[in-house]
Design a binder for this molecule. Structure first.
Ligand SMILES: [Zn+2]
Ligand SMILES: [Zn+2]
Length: 116
């Protein structure tokens, strides 16, 4: 979706419940699990397309990140390690999204500032 030619991140907020955070912590993710995450892929249709956010970074640079996915207004239900998108915009400008992300690469998307 484009707004006056400006491509933006989705920015949808998902609160992570205490039971969910405990589950993830027990699954062996190190470090602090956030209380909320925001969708970082390009703004998309809601309802039937998943939101995607990084939950935790992994210590090895090539191991990818731990991502969560969810549908609108629902608790995140998929937690998966996903490798990085292999596309770059040039030296030192990697795409920060996962390899199977929909739509635009991270450098094509402006951050969307959402209140609330
Ligand atoms: Zn989204
Ligand atoms: Zn990409």
């Amino acid at each position: 979706m484009t707004l006056g030619g400006l491509r933006t991140q989705c920015g949808e907020l998902a609160n992570l419940s205490e039971p969910f955070r405990e589950l993830v912590t027990q699954a062996g993710i190190r470090g602090e699990v956030p209380h909320a995450v925001r969708c970082v892929v390009e703004r998309h249709r809601v309802g039937d397309e998943l939101h995607h956010a990084v939950l935790a970074e992994l210590p090895l640079a090539d191991a990818g990140d731990i991502w969560v996915s969810w549908l609108d207004s629902r608790e995140p239900h998929e937690v998966e390690r996903r490798v990085y998108c292999p596309v770059t915009a040039g030296p030192g400008i990697p795409c920060e999204l996962h390899a199977l992300h929909p739509d635009g690469h991270s450098w094509e998307l402006a951050e969307r500032h959402v209140t609330g």
